[in-house]
Design a protein around this ligand. Structure first.
Ligand SMILES: Cc1ncc(COP(=O)(O)O)c(C=O)c1O
Length: 409
């Protein structure tokens, strides 16, 4: 399986929508074929339209606050005494996480499609919060599907959604987490697609949703590349980009502009959720060599049992607690362009303690998984290694969990 140079990864699929001839596609009910095709046609026009791009960039700059900071974590670097630790502080973005890019673009598309209603899914609550913010800004009515378990553990983001006028639809089926929220949201869209646009909150779902989300979050690496060039005068010889992977939207967006570089120069490290140490459950399909399966309209590696039934996952981090993973990451793994590993709940908490002890940064539990791996690898590396972590979310939403587990926030 090979990645082509100079072709955006989101476009490297075949006529069936499959990346690497294997991942993604459109495993959808007949009734969705037309709305999905309409969306494909509209998006392919909009992404080439100069006015649309200008509008997107204006909102990213003026409203989202682009570019977010790229900073050296001096104290942490000195403490670990190995490679240099840097952070792309994506949590600077309006609302506190990368989910704002996808939400903004989806609302702009919904307006162009003449839709008045928008629905979306959320796990950590950031995708829902950002969709509620963007819907409010662009005059759309939002409905957000969220697992009942996640509603309890991510209260601050739920409060924000309500404040922005969005309706939260609690999902009580299955594990009551993101997987069930996405399923329920898609079910709703099947019966309401004439009036309603659907925003899938990560690089998952039928092919077009993977593409729109990846196209939107790529803003992260579009900003990072010139920031690295400004800082170092060139792309250094040893760059390592660490990112947590749930559905895979922040990591894909963080890496996209660097895919054509050799991995010996710019290495991608995706960190999945290993779950609690004492539990057999996890949310790490790529790390644990899970088998292929269809989930939410796409073929991908999925956490499943011997009979092929989708297995419940477990993670302290609602944003990573998902059985599947983006087809783009399945392709990046099997083509060996990216390396995937996992961090346990305990390792993520330890990383939170370490980072907040040394730095004025407050990463949510999702990016703490990436910090855990980067901080473990840094001491073994020479100083010319530049380790960059995508600090893609703010921990305000995790206040309750952090207080419970660490006794303080
Ligand atoms: C802050 C944060 N980081 C990471 C994720 C994981 O999603 P993705 O892999 O799509 O970036 C989420 C999902 O909710 C999130 O809120």
């Amino acid at each position: 399986m090979k990645i082509k140079n100079k072709v955006p990864l989101i476009d490297q699929h075949d006529k069936f929508g499959l990346w690497g001839g294997k991942f993604g596609g459109n495993y959808i009910p007949e009734t969705l074929k037309k709305p999905v095709m309409d969306l494909e046609i509209l998006f392919s026009k909009l992404r080439k339209n100069k006015e649309f791009i200008k509008d997107r960039d204006k909102h990213f700059k003026q409203w989202v606050g682009a570019p977010t900071r790229f900073i050296k974590l001096e104290n942490l670097t000195n403490h670990l005494n190995g490679g240099q630790i840097w952070a792309k502080v994506v949590s600077d973005a309006n609302g506190g996480a990368h989910k704002i890019y996808n939400a903004t673009v989806h609302c702009l598309i919904a307006k162009k499609a003449g839709k008045k209603f928008i629905v979306g899914d959320t796990g950590a609550g950031y995708a829902g919060k950002m969709l509620s913010m963007a819907a409010k800004k662009f005059g759309l009515k939002a409905k957000i599907f969220m697992g009942a378990k996640d509603i309890k553990r991510q209260k601050p983001n739920c409060d924000a959604m309500k404040k922005n006028g969005a309706e939260i639809v609690p999902v009580y089926s299955g594990s009551q987490t993101l997987i069930d929220a996405v399923s329920e949201c898609m079910r709703y869209w099947v019966s309401n697609c004439d009036t309603t646009h659907m925003c899938v909150g990560s690089t998952v779902g039928p092919n077009i949703f993977v593409k729109i989300c990846g196209w939107s979050t790529s803003q992260i690496s579009r900003e990072l590349k010139p920031q690295i060039l400004k800082e170092f005068g060139k792309i250094p010889n040893k760059v390592k980009l660490y990112n947590c992977v749930g559905g895979g939207s922040s990591s894909f967006g963080f890496w996209n502009e660097f895919i054509d570089y050799k991995k010996s120069q710019v290495e991608f490290i995706g960190v999945e959720a290993g779950g609690p140490l004492k539990s057999k459950k996890h949310a790490a399909p790529l790390t644990n060599n899970s088998k292929l399966g269809v989930l939410h309209g796409a073929m991908q590696y999925v956490v499943q049992n011997k009979e092929g039934q989708i297995e419940e996952t477990e993670s302290i981090s609602a944003g990573l607690d998902y059985s599947g993973v983006s087809p783009l990451h399945c392709f990046l793994r099997d083509s060996k362009r990216a390396r995937y590993t996992s961090a346990s709940d305990e390792a993520a908490l330890k990383a939170y303690k370490l980072v907040t002890k040394y730095e004025n940064l407050n990463p949510s539990l999702e990016p703490c998984h990436a910090f855990a791996v980067a901080c473990a690898e840094a001491p073994k590396l020479k100083k010319n290694n530049i380790l960059i972590i995508n600090s893609c979310g703010d921990a305000i939403k995790d206040k309750k969990i952090l207080k419970e587990k660490l006794g303080k926030y």
